[in-house]
Design a protein around this ligand. Structure first.
Ligand SMILES: [Zn+2]
Length: 186
C-alpha cells in the first residue's frame, strides 16, 4: 500500500486510492470511489460511492462528497463543504442522482454548499459560506446565497477583475500570470 489510511478511518473494500494519498481519522471512503495521487481526505469527511477525485486534491475536515460528484486535479475543498445530489429530495420514494463537476484548480471556501447539477469551471474560487446553485465560469469568483459572480481570479486565487470585466487578457499583479477570460464560453 503506497498511501496512508489512519487506523480510525474506514476505507471500504474496492476503493481505488492513488499513491501518496492520506485518509485521516474518522473519514469514510466508499468501495467504488476512485481517488487519484496525493489526495488528502481530512478528518470526518465522507467520500461516497462512485465519486471520482483527481490528483493533488485537498479535502479538509467534515466534508460530504456524495454520489454523482466528479472532482478534477488540484482542487481545494475547505472545511465543512457539503455537496448535494438530488434536486427533489424526499425521505422516501425515488432518488434521482444529479451530477456535479468540479474542474481542475477550483477552490471551495469553508462551509459552502454546492447544489447538484452544476459545473464549477477551472480555477474558479468559491467564497466561504457560498450556496452555489448555478454554473461558475472558469476563473470566476462567486459569493453569497444564492451565489453571484463578483469578479475574476488568477490561478493564485487573487482577484484580477470585477464582475463588469468584458473579457480578454488579464495580468495578475500578485504572481504575474496571464489569464484569458472568454465570456463567449460562459
Ligand atoms: Zn496570480
Amino acid at each position: 500500500m503506497n498511501y496512508f489510511v489512519h487506523e480510525k478511518a474506514v476505507v471500504d473494500e474496492g476503493a481505488r486510492i492513488g499513491e501518496g494519498s492520506k485518509i485521516w481519522h474518522f473519514a469514510h471512503v466508499r468501495g467504488s470511489a476512485i481517488l487519484g495521487k496525493n489526495v488528502i481526505v481530512g478528518k470526518s469527511s465522507y467520500v461516497d460511492a462512485e465519486v471520482k477525485i483527481g490528483d493533488n486534491v485537498k479535502i479538509q475536515n467534515l466534508c460530504s462528497i456524495f454520489h454523482g460528484v466528479t472532482i478534477g486535479n488540484n482542487v481545494f475543498i475547505g472545511p465543512h463543504v457539503a455537496f448535494t445530489n438530488d434536486l427533489y429530495p424526499r425521505a422516501t420514494g425515488e432518488w434521482n442522482i444529479t451530477e456535479t463537476t468540479v474542474e481542475d484548480g477550483v477552490s471551495i471556501g469553508a462551509n459552502s454548499t454546492i447544489v447538484c447539477g452544476i459545473t464549477l469551471g477551472k480555477h474558479a474560487l468559491i467564497g466561504a459560506g457560498t450556496v452555489v446553485n448555478k454554473d461558475v465560469p472558469p476563473h470566476g469568483l462567486v459569493v453569497g446565497n444564492p451565489s453571484r459572480l463578483i469578479g475574476w481570479v488568477c490561478f493564485c486565487a487573487r482577484k484580477v477583475a470585477g464582475k463588469d470585466f468584458e473579457g480578454g487578457e488579464l495580468i495578475c499583479k500578485h504572481c504575474g500570470s496571464t489569464i484569458q477570460i472568454n465570456l463567449d464560453n460562459h
